[in-house]
Design a protein around this ligand. Structure first.
Ligand code: NOJ
Length: 561
């Protein structure tokens, strides 16, 4: 059976996400830069990926590492210049790689000239580029902020006796999309990058852009869940359709929205092909699977059941069975490392679980997104001290915990498994100083396991490395359209050790078996056990004892004959 198969480059491509600050420093300031990425393009190409997503590289005071933009049409000096950017884009295109940039337009930096003007006086032409609440109306209704030590998204400014809205830090004021002049500025800016040849945007918290400017109390049906409320602004779809007709429709580009708060029931409103809004989005169902219910940043000590992991992916696959398209990811710059989170980074299981997870992402329908370093199995750093952290999220929440008199040891233990900085440590290239990332002291510590085989140079030399496996697995996806477009069917859904599924496409059926446990595990293959199969990919050389029996973290891909 074949479904949902309007072929597109962004459906067939594999995405490689780069956090520029942590990839390769060439200028010697301890911070990664654009020249560093340029230098590494042959390596990236060799991975078999097609699309590079760059986290923000625009001018920014770096309160939130570039997610607070002070000039959308300039490059952050620490990262290089516009000439460097142009060379990088050319270098990518010369190699057949596409570039997707980050679009951060729910908010700007407070150092952006629009906000500098806006805060000056109530009659300033830029006043209405941001959300202001005049203090004579009293205290504004509660809004929760991700990155505020008081968890308060309204900040009072004496200059104009008003509060401004910031869903993120105080240095990230929310832009007012209700103002058509602001929207035009954004579309013009987007066109500027498309004219340069950029191939698409990953849109930061895009469902949050529309707001009810009466700023009512949180409606009771949201049960205190501000994130869902933020994602359901009244004009979200109107704005996205306008953005599509004004800019996106004019270019052959890809769009992927970061979409916290968007539920599966609303999925096709954003990405249905006739909607003319976005191509894909990242949902957060998996990202909350290992969190304490009702919390965003706290790990659930009870762990997570594989049956739920499977159920989430099966449900979302179904949502896009006939329309729209999914995106599948296990990690990014906002979450810990995938092998430490979904696999097992103990030396006994590290190789098998890292490669098993690669097999998973590369055999699912939906565009797969890999985060830099996952191809060599980089792991969580697990900092012991608060001064080792750089992330505003961990640092602010530490302050909150301290102010509330909470147990800071418990806090620090939680961060070892959940902090975003786990994924932001420098790329591990070789065994030289700072893992070859920088000649000086990096902005954040390097994970010392670079000396123990978790680096590119060592893995290049070792044919049975995570890196070599990654290349085999990307090549497999490339050579089998069925792994991209094929119909997905879950097998043995309640099995808490093995994730098994088929992908069927035209006359072909692929069978994927993934052991997510530290023990040998069996899977019930039903009718499929009768049929002859050829093995296309496997992550171990151990003898196969039985077709339905897998070694710890073993992964197999069969073609059913
Ligand atoms: C989501 C981004 O991925 C994250 O890194 C950032 O802190 C917030 N949005 C605010 O821009």
């Amino acid at each position: 059976m074949t479904t949902n198969q309007n072929n597109a480059w962004w459906k067939e491509g594999i995405v490689y996400q780069i956090y520029p600050r942590s990839f390769q420093d060439t200028s010697g300031n301890g911070v990664g830069d654009l020249k560093g990425i340029l230098q590494r393009l042959d390596y990236i190409k060799s991975l078999g990926v097609d699309i590079i997503w760059l986290n923000p590289v625009y001018e920014s005071p770096n309160d939130d590492n570039g997610y607070d933009i002070s000039d959308y049409q300039n490059i952050m000096a620490e990262f290089g210049s516009m000439e460097d950017f142009d060379s990088l884009l050319k270098g990518m295109h010369d190699r057949g790689l596409k570039l997707v940039m980050d679009l951060v337009v729910n908010h700007s930096s407070d150092e952006h000239k629009w906000f500098q003007e806006s805060r000056k006086d109530r009659n300033n032409p830029y006043r209405d580029y941001y959300h202001w609440w005049p203090a004579e109306k009293g205290t504004p209704p509660k809004r929760w902020s991700y990155f505020d030590v008081e968890e308060n998204a309204w900040k009072y400014e004496a200059t104009t006796n008003a509060y401004y809205l910031h869903y993120f830090s105080v240095k990230q004021p929310d832009l007012k999309w209700e103002n058509p002049a602001l929207r035009q500025e954004i579309y013009t800016m987007m066109a500027y990058w498309f004219e340069k040849g950029v191939d698409g945007f990953r849109m930061d918290v895009i469902p949050f852009i529309s707001k009810d400017t009466n700023y009512p109390e949180l409606p009771p049906e949201f049960n205190g869940d501000f994130i869902s409320y933020y994602a359901q602004g009244p004009k979200l779809h109107e704005y996205l359709q306008e953005m599509h007709s004004e800019v996106l429709s004019k270019y052959n580009v890809m769009t992927v929205g970061e979409a916290p708060g968007i539920t599966i029931e609303k999925a096709l409103d954003l990405v249905g092909e006739n909607r003319k809004e976005l191509n894909m989005f990242f949902h957060f169902d998996l990202m909350s699977l290992d969190r304490k219910p009702g919390t965003v940043f706290e790990k659930n000590p009870e762990g997570w059941p594989l049956s739920s992991f499977k159920e989430i992916h099966s449900r979302w696959d179904k949502a896009f069975e006939k329309d729209g398209w999914g995106s599948v990811y296990l990690s990014n710059h906002d979450f810990p490392r995938s092998v430490s989170r979904w696999g097992n980074d103990h030396p006994d299981f590290w190789y098998a679980s890292a490669t098993m997870l690669h097999t998973f992402l590369l055999t699912m329908r939906g565009t797969p997104y890999f985060y830099f370093g996952d191809e060599i199995g980089m792991t969580n750093i697990r900092f012991d001290r608060i001064d080792q952290y750089r992330d505003i999220n961990t640092i602010n929440r530490y302050e909150i915990a301290k102010n509330k008199g909470e147990d800071l040891h418990v806090f620090m233990e939680n961060e070892k498994d959940t902090s975003r900085d786990n994924a932001r440590t420098p790329m591990q290239w070789d065994v030289s100083h700072a893992a070859g990332f920088s000649k000086t002291t990096p902005w954040i510590e390097v994970n010392q396991n670079f000396t123990k085989g978790i680096n590119v140079a060592d893995q290049e030399k070792n044919p049975s490395s995570v890196l070599h496996f990654f290349r085999k697995a990307t090549a497999l996806r490339k050579n089998h359209l069925g792994l991209i477009y094929g119909h997905y069917t879950l097998i043995d859904p309640k099995n808490e050790s093995v994730y098994a599924y088929t992908r069927s496409y035209e006359t072909k059926v692929y069978l994927i078996l993934l052991n997510f446990s530290t023990l040998e595990a069996q899977v019930a293959l039903g009718d499929l056990s009768e049929l002859p199969k050829s093995l296309l990919l496997r992550n171990t050389h151990q003898e196969i004892k039985a077709e339905n029996l897998l070694a710890p973290y073993e992964a197999r891909v069969y073609l059913v004959q």
